[in-house]
Design a protein around this ligand. Structure first.
Ligand code: SME
Length: 169
């Protein structure tokens, strides 16, 4: 099977457990990284991968750290806010604290920047390469409390893989 054929294998599937789903996603991220050294192309395919494989998601993508703020990167979903100050919103909080933020109900979170009225819960995971913030993974869901510890672990490993691919670029 060629690399391209392996990519064509990306489509929504049911997995018996979240750890198995995330193992599949991590494998696909490595394949995505094998195809190019261009980090923006890697992130574009990663946003599409999350969108295709994670159930109950209405936005998946990246904000990249640039000149002291977060700037919208590759994503799938509705058009979103283009720039976020560090400390603002869930993304800005993850960037300031350098820790994953899981919000069970965005409507009861005062520091949430609404981009899509359908969003109910959200997870934001920082991507850190050699101690420096590269950006954040941002995934939104229309389901309240959609993201649990297994999603957190799976997406933190995804962020580590992306950090490695960023250093290769
Ligand atoms: N919800 C984010 C803003 C970006 S949108 O969700 C795509 C936040 O509060 O940081």
């Amino acid at each position: 099977m060629t690399l391209r054929e392996k990519h064509m294998d990306i489509e929504y599937k049911e997995f018996p457990s979240k750890p198995e789903l995330y193992r599949f996603i991590h494998e696909k991220l490595w394949l995505i990284g094998e195809e190019t050294n261009d980090f923006y192309a890697v992130l574009s395919n990663a946003a599409a991968l999350f969108w295709m494989e994670l159930p109950d998601v209405n936005w998946s993508g990246f904000y990249l750290y640039k000149d002291g703020r977060l700037v919208l990167g590759p994503f799938q979903g509705k058009p979103a806010v283009a720039e976020i100050s560090i400390g603002k919103g869930v993304c800005g909080t993850a960037a300031r604290e350098l820790t994953t933020q899981v919000v069970e109900d965005v409507h009861s979170c005062c520091n949430h920047i609404a981009c899509d009225f359908r969003t109910s819960s959200e997870i934001v995971v920082p991507i850190i390469a050699t101690g420096r913030l590269v950006g954040v993974i941002d995934i939104d869901s229309p389901v309240t409390a959609r993201f649990d510890e297994q999603d957190k672990a799976g997406l933190e490993t995804a962020a580590d893989i992306l950090a490695g691919l960023c250093l290769k670029a």
